[in-house]
Design a protein around this ligand. Structure first.
Ligand code: F7E
Length: 322
């Protein structure tokens, strides 16, 4: 039985990846941070838990990571843990860098010392591209990285240190460069789930207004379930390499909001107002990923369209808000 170790196991991607790997017959281990309100901390892992083992751990705690990896001896390590909210990275820039940048170094060191024969996956992000777009309107593996947030800068360090450790220590360490990916399990302070939850609350008479920030940025939104399949493929490629994971389609926040409200028979213009607290000091205006390399290497295709993704989220909130 293969063993996987996942940081960020209680997050959206960690939970879908755990389900996927358990389905493939893996024994799955992961870490969660200590929290003063533990009740809901593992709510996303509320599925068949045989062969799932959750420990306390933290990417900023190098010795704890090494102790766990020595004990578990995983075949595959997925580093999905992060301070993953871009706007909040402006509120806690140093914490973001300690977790997302030095945290990667901590787990790479633990991996190198405890189980160097394992394979290592780093959750790199399209936020690393920042303001760079290729002349054809896409970002891809070769696009320059000019990040525009503390989050993006911290992820570039993680991406680069994975390359360095791969080359210097001959480790099987890879980067998946994932564009935005959503699901009903997405935190409700990310824009898709915030819009869907807010629109359903308005539809059900529980709320009258939805406050958003910039509605004119564009994102390439896919489904987390499709993207965790890609993580497993990328990690198990015969040579360690980097791959973009994206749908290749882009929509503005305004178009996404219009789609959701229209599906519910509402006009978003009557309910959505701008609140400057949701604006970012520097915005990333446009993302559209070219995942040709991933598709041609693995025959990967996303099962969800943008509409199917949003419809699943709408259905979830319609069923879960009384
Ligand atoms: O924002 C705009 C906001 O927070 C998307 C993370 O998973 O993907 C994610 O980062 C867009 C931005 O995601 C609100 O300004 C408008 O232009 O859903 P988001 P993100 O910042 O793109 C990348 C790939 C990651 O790696 C990250 O970890 O929506 N927007 N109004 C808003 N965004 C939020 N959150 N809240 C608003 O009220």
């Amino acid at each position: 039985m293969k063993k996987a170790f996942i940081t960020g196991i209680s997050g959206q991607d960690g939970s879908y990846l755990s389900e996927y790997l358990l389905g493939l017959g893996y024994e799955v281990h992961g870490i969660v941070r200590r929290n003063s309100i533990p009740e809901h901390q593992q709510s996303r892992l509320d599925f068949h838990r045989k062969n799932l083992h959750v420990n306390y751990g933290d990417l900023t705690d190098a010795s704890g990571l090494e102790r766990l990896l020595k004990k578990i001896q995983p075949d595959e390590i997925y580093n999905l843990g992060a301070q993953s909210h871009v706007r909040i990275s402006y509120d806690v820039p140093q914490y973001t860098a300690q977790t997302n940048a030095l945290g990667v170094l901590n787990i790479l060191e633990a991996y190198r010392n405890a189980c160097p024969e394992a394979k290592f996956y780093q959750a790199s992000s399209s936020e690393m591209f920042g303001s760079s777009v290729d002349p054809d309107g896409f970002q891809r593996e070769t696009t320059r990285m000019t990040p525009v947030s503390p989050y993006g800068c911290s992820k570039v360090f993680g991406y680069n240190i994975v390359h360095n450790y791969r080359n210097a220590f001959k480790l099987h360490a890879v980067n998946g460069i994932l564009f935005n990916h959503e699901s009903p399990r997405r935190g409700s302070n990310f824009v898709t789930n915030k819009v869907v939850k807010g629109a359903v609350q308005i539809k059900k008479g529980k709320s009258k207004v939805l406050e958003l920030g910039n509605m004119d940025s564009y994102r390439d939104w896919g489904h987390s379930k499709d993207y965790v399949r890609a993580m497993h493929l990328i990690l198990n490629h015969h040579t360690p390499d980097d791959f973009v994971v994206a749908t290749g389609q882009t929509h503005s926040v305004r178009e996404m909001t219009d789609y959701v409200f229209s599906k519910l028979g509402l006009d978003y213009k009557e309910f959505v107002v701008q609140n400057p607290i949701y604006l970012r000091p520097e915005e990333l205006p446009y993302l559209r990923g070219d995942s040709t390399k991933l598709r041609s290497t693995f025959n990967w295709v996303p099962e969800y369209t943008f509409e199917a993704l949003m419809d699943e989220m709408i259905e979830f909130w319609m069923d879960n808000i009384n």
